[in-house]
Write a protein that binds this ligand. Structure first.
Ligand code: C2O
Ligand code: CU
Ligand code: CU
Length: 416
């Protein structure tokens, strides 16, 4: 272990990709490649410098979703990078290990840039021996799951005007591929699921109907592992799950599916037993879930172009909430129904990880008892979250349906 800083370069490139066996390629965007991006490891306790380069002919920004860092490094709409420009960011990593991601956040073009392929992974890691599978690409794999619309000739189809509540596609891609496959050589596989869709909620399940085990939420391990047959992730939510392959005969397949559609097929190739007892990662007492009075109440409302937070649409020159550095607040997030009922909004806050204290006055389900940065709020629901503002600067909070965020369902928080 050394105290040296780590250096990375992340460059946005225009590329081409063929999603289908037949047909022509479609224009895409990628970080250091044609589509999506690299996994960037961010060891806790380290300083990481990332040289970010914009090779597009339009502005972009590099947002480090889920990282607890100062507002100036956060990569929100204020840290726009002009075409051809570059900028070095400094990230001091000080939070629990977890599966985070990065994506663009420029005003007016976030949804389309993500849709065309800009999304990468950030793994916050540390040296703690948990016994959990952690060999990247062997027994620990990420799956960025996204839905896409294609034209008849295989072109990515993005039309924001036609999809004002978010672009929802009929084709699922995982790590940029349709029908992803993976050979499993161990008894237990850890899958880091990222819902990287612009707008679509995904209900994950296994094709054999068996349960899997969720071990982590957006920003770290759960208090306790939770056995589930289905798991819903709204846009930008993440979950680490363990899938048990020990009963599968060699050569047999098992698929992960979303909304009943298989998107990744696993084939059992071997049954190597991993060392270590991963249940020991969960020996700490669960975090007490004390309800407390809300310090602030935020109201999400509307659909399409009429989406608001507290009756307002985003204004880059307006600070909506001021808080003191180091303070801890409870926010009640209320999704007010309209006459049509309304829709679920995934509510996200930059620069913090929070705990969900209550859903409609009741403790959250067991699989939400971990660090979160995005929380699904159903129509009519009130969700209380608690967070501590460690870093100073200006941060966004918004609906993570990217087209809602673009339509103004975003506010600004200033920490002094
Ligand atoms: Cu994924 Cu404003 O963030
Ligand atoms: Cu974010
Ligand atoms: Cu929304």
């Amino acid at each position: 272990v050394t105290d040296e800083a780590l250096y990375y370069t992340v460059r946005i490139e225009r590329g081409e990709h063929r999603f289908f066996n037949q047909g022509v390629s479609t224009e895409t965007l990628g970080y250091n490649g044609n589509l999506l991006g690299p996994m960037i490891e961010l060891p806790a306790g380290k300083t990481v410098y990332i040289n970010t380069i914009n090779q597009l002919d339009e502005p972009t920004s590099f947002h480090w979703h889920g990282l607890v860092i100062p507002g100036a490094e956060d990569g929100g709409p204020h840290q726009s990078i002009a075409p051809g420009e570059q900028r070095q960011v400094r990230l001091d990593i000080d939070q629990e290990p977890g599966t985070l991601w990065f994506h663009p956040h420029p005003m007016g073009a976030t949804a389309e840039q993500v849709y065309l392929g800009l999304a990468g992974l950030l793994y916050v890691t540390d040296q703690t021996e948990t016994g959990l599978p952690n060999e990247y690409g062997v027994d620990d794999i990420p799956l960025i799951v996204q839905d896409r619309l294609f034209t008849a000739d295989g072109q990515l189809d993005y039309d924001r005007q036609m999809n004002i509540d978010g672009t929802v596609g009929d084709t699922l891609i995982a790590n940029g591929a349709i029908n992803t496959t993976f050979d499993v050589t161990t008894n237990t596989l850890r899958v880091r699921l990222v819902n990287g869709s612009n707008a679509r909620n995904l209900d994950f399940s296994l094709s054999n109907g068996e349960a899997f085990t969720q071990i982590a939420t957006d920003g770290g391990l759960l208090d306790r592992p939770v056995s589930l047959e289905t798991l819903t992730l709204t846009p930008s939510e993440r979950a680490d799950i363990l899938i048990d392959f020990s009963d599968l005969s060699l050569g047999d397949d098992l698929a992960l599916q979303a909304d009943g559609i298989p998107f990744t097929t696993f084939t059992a190739r071997d049954h190597i037993e991993q060392d270590g007892d991963w249940t020991e990662a969960f020996t700490e007492a669960p975090v007490a879930n004390e309800s407390s009075e809300a310090d602030r109440r935020l109201t999400l409302f509307g659909m399409g172009n009429m989406v608001t937070i507290d009756g307002k649409q985003f204004d880059p020159d307006r600070i909506d909430i001021n808080v003191r550095q180091g303070s801890t607040e409870v926010w009640e997030i209320y999704n007010r129904e309209d006459m049509m009922g309304g829709m679920t909004h995934p509510f996200h806050v930059h620069g913090v990880q929070f705990r969900i204290l209550e859903r409609d006055g009741k403790p959250p389900p067991d699989n939400e008892r971990g660090w979160k940065d995005t929380v699904a709020v159903a129509p009519g629901e009130k969700v209380n979250i608690e967070m501590t503002f460690r870093e100073t600067g200006t941060f966004m909070y918004h609906c993570h349906i990217l087209e809602h965020e673009e339509n103004g369902m975003m506010g600004q928080l200033k920490v002094d």
